[in-house]
Design a protein around this ligand. Structure first.
Ligand code: ATP
Ligand code: MG
Length: 254
């Protein structure tokens, strides 16, 4: 395994960054032409960060998300996920790394219909071979974290959009992943529900979770601590978006 690049030279943290992308490209061949969906992206995200990825339609957000989520592999460049160089991993190993390290949240919630909130949250632990009793206990704790203890027995169809997305967030975090990766998590929600979901992400991040989300909405990005903007497959800006006194604190730490 090759050494993991250090994201912050001034930091003395022992743990590797959660995400380290180095010169990542992703090219799609379309007949005779090529689309450079990612044209050389380097990015380091440390443990405990709360990051928004923004950019116009077609700028490469989903392509980057798929690579970060180990759902796709780059055409060139290197990617370390929580210290693991994913280059050369076969499908099985990639799937294992993905399941262990990443909790996904999707725009459309992707809950299993006609299955209770609690059972939906237990599902990833079932795949991971966690015993029934512990599954139940951890699912209940996750449900409590997203403020939905009273909805344990509700089916997805018996919950609001915001509640369904909070169940999806509980499902994403219940396996204790290194990273929570969310693709437009508030894209299908009204302002109030978006607010509820962002409150959950914020409190998870305060508790030390690393959260990366894709969004089109400046209001949503503003609630994260760092905003990375893509244009034409390249990072055009990378800003600390923490408001108030913490801005200086974060700036000094980075
Ligand atoms: N499977 C594919 N085959 C060919 N070209 C693709 C494919 N997927 C994406 N692209 C192209 O790559 C570029 C980046 O696409 P991507 O889906 O990453 O954009 P995006 O930023 O997620 O956009 P949106 O905000 O609309 O979701 C676009 O020009 C797109 O047309
Ligand atoms: Mg997209």
């Amino acid at each position: 395994m090759s050494p993991v690049p250090s994201g912050s030279p001034s930091s003395d943290r022992q743990l590797p960054p959660v995400i380290a992308l180095r010169n990542i490209t992703r090219t799609y061949k379309m007949g005779d032409s090529e689309v450079h969906a990612l044209a050389g992206v380097s990015l380091v995200i440390e443990r405990g960060e709360f990051v928004a990825i923004m950019g116009a339609s077609g700028s490469g957000k989903s392509t980057m998300m798929n690579i970060i989520g180990c759902l796709d592999v780059p055409s060139s460049g290197r990617y370390w996920l929580d210290g693991v160089d994913v280059r050369g991993l076969d499908e099985t190993r990639l799937a294992r790394v993905r399941n262990r390290k990443i909790g996904f949240v999707f725009q459309s919630f992707n809950l299993i219909p006609r299955t209770s909130a609690l059972a939906n949250i237990e599902l990833p632990m079932l795949y991971a071979g966690v015993h029934a009793k512990e599954r139940r206990a951890r699912a209940l704790a996750a449900l409590d974290l997203v403020g939905l203890s009273s909805r344990a027995g509700h089916m997805p169809s018996e919950m609001s959009g915001g509640q369904q997305q909070r169940v999806a967030v509980a499902r994403a975090l219940v396996t204790n992943p290194a990273l929570i990766l969310a693709d437009e998590p508030t894209g299908n929600l009204d302002t109030h529900a978006s607010d509820e979901v962002m409150n959950v992400f914020e409190s998870l991040n305060r508790a030390g979770r690393t959260v990366v989300l894709i969004t089109h909405e400046p209001d949503i990005a503003e609630r994260t601590k760092r905003t990375v903007r893509l244009r034409d497959g390249l990072i055009i800006s990378d800003e600390n978006t923490t408001r108030g006194p913490r801005r200086a604190e974060m700036g000094a730490a980075r």
